[in-house]
Design a protein around this ligand. Structure first.
Ligand code: URP
Ligand code: ZN
Ligand code: ZN
Length: 464
């Protein structure tokens, strides 16, 4: 199968130019001006920006919060219509099982034959009794070279202590496995939550009150210190606050391989959302909590300056009517997390590119190129270049719309960005050369997504 994408403006993390792209058997085989080709199909991209498909390095299709489970890979076509062609899912190690076994089982039973975009996995350490630290050296061969630990969530089965983090870092560094961390101080949150409840403050807003920026800053600094002591690279997920960013920048200036991402909602939504009446605030309960305007402004500066290297969705599909209502009488029982894989590119384009806060190339870098590199998928994903998978989006900058959950594929009963304006539209999406979104509508097939093996040393030897 051959396909020519003609006349578009190609945007990569490095440059922008008018040109054509020739695709054969799912790969990009030629890029140039006015390519004369006998392609079997031609797509005219005049007036469109032609960019690599998004790589969302932080999604949850299997997360379980106090027995409530998120929507799974059957909703991954929502990523596709949002312009994301690869998602990376966090899989909690099953009690008594190894990470590889857990991920292999999950992959076979819940992902293969279901996923509608390509996918890879991060493991999450939850059970240190299984010899999991010794298993770390085997992860690269299995294609799962990234592992996360939760410093937050005291009392939850997935919480890890500092010793576990240190041990994981120690084992990971020699084999190129990247350790990721959710950095929030679990003990302080627990104490602050109890204070709120004792004072009768049980509403969603107190989720944010009990998770002030300080709990993130302290844990980020501690995680960095532990990584420094172990001589290992570290990746900090969903960074939301100035103090944590400053800690990352300080570490980088000392030559340490410490990197971090932020997520769409931390730019665009704030603590005030949690105060919405009639339990609407529960829709915005995620961790770290949404922040004040000064932190949000600093995030834009941070992605512009490369202090944070990626923007993920941290997509977590809990519905409001049933699942979020678990915490109606106690905010601690509101499942943490919000949907967003469908809106990541559209929101960042609208409020980042269109406002002049970031350039188009920086946008591509943040949503696709660097995420692919962080997690060892950059041998085939995240770039428009010869030999890369033909994961390509055509973005029409002239369209305007209002975000509404009515036409969402995320499978939950709300959208965090409801009512916000979006400039531009993901018009077409190709997954390895196959058209899976046309005129903004999903037209692909269930099970079309493929497992992509991650390679090790995503962070260790690279500075971006
Ligand atoms: O609130 C969030 N972020 N939920 C998903 C799990 C996590 O902490 O990443
Ligand atoms: Zn987290
Ligand atoms: Zn997450």
């Amino acid at each position: 199968m051959s396909l020519l994408i003609k006349n578009g403006t190609i945007v990569t993390a490095y440059d922008e130019f008018k040109g054509d792209i020739l695709v054969k058997d799912g790969k990009i085989v030629s890029i140039g001006e006015k390519l004369d080709s006998m392609a079997e199909e031609v797509i005219d991209a005049e007036g469109k920006f032609v960019m690599p498909g998004g790589v969302d390095q932080h999604v949850h299709f299997s997360f379980d919060f106090k027995g409530e489970k998120v929507r799974g890979f059957e909703t991954s076509n929502a990523a596709a219509v949002g312009g994301t062609t690869t998602v990376v899912e966090f899989v909690n190690q099953e009690k008594g099982k190894g990470l590889i076994d857990t991920i292999d089982n999950y992959r076979k039973s819940e992902v293969e034959g279901v996923a509608m975009v390509d996918y890879a996995f991060h493991g999450i350490i939850t059970d240190t009794s299984t010899g999991v630290f010794d298993e770390i050296e085997k992860l690269p061969e299995a294609g799962y070279p990234t592992v996360k630990l939760f410093m937050a969530y005291k009392g939850m089965p997935f919480h890890s202590d500092d010793a576990a983090l240190a041990k994981a870092l120690q084992k990971a560094k020699d084999v190129g496995v990247t350790i990721m961390v959710h950095a929030e101080n679990a003990d302080l949150i627990d104490m602050l939550q109890k204070d709120c409840i004792e004072e009768g403050n049980y509403q969603p807003y107190y989720h944010a009150v009990s998770r002030p920026p300080m709990v993130e800053v302290e844990a980020t600094e501690r995680a960095i210190n532990i990584a420094k002591a172990m001589g290992a690279p570290l990746y900090i997920v969903h960074v939301s606050t100035k103090g944590a960013i400053d800690a990352i920048v300080r570490a980088q200036s000392q030559g340490l391989s410490i990197y971090g991402e932020t997520c769409t909602h931390y730019f665009l939504l704030g603590k005030e959302n949690l105060a919405k009446e009639n339990f609407e605030g529960a829709k915005y309960v995620c961790s770290p909590a949404l922040r004040e305007q000064d932190d949000r402004d600093y995030l834009w500066k941070s992605v512009k300056n490369g202090w944070l290297n990626a923007v993920s969705s941290d997509h977590c599909g809990f519905d409001w009517k049933h699942q979020k209502h678990m915490g109606e009488k106690d905010f601690r029982n509101i499942p943490n997390g919000a949907p967003g894989m469908e809106n990541r590119l559209g929101m960042l384009w609208t409020y980042g590119v269109e406002t002049g806060k970031i350039t188009r190339s920086e946008f591509v870098n943040l949503v696709s190129t660097t995420p692919a590199r962080n997690i060892g998928l950059d041998y085939c994903k995240g770039h428009i270049g010869i030999g890369y998978d033909a994961d390509i989006i055509l973005y029409d900058p002239k369209q305007k719309s209002i975000v509404s959950n009515e036409n969402s594929l995320q499978g939950v009963d709300y959208n965090s960005y409801e009512g916000m304006e979006q400039i531009g539209k993901v018009d077409k999406v190709l997954l390895r050369g196959e058209l899976i979104v046309d005129d903004g509508k999903y037209i692909g097939k269930k099970g079309q997504g493929k497992f992509i093996k991650g390679k090790p040393y995503g962070l260790s030897y690279k500075r971006f």
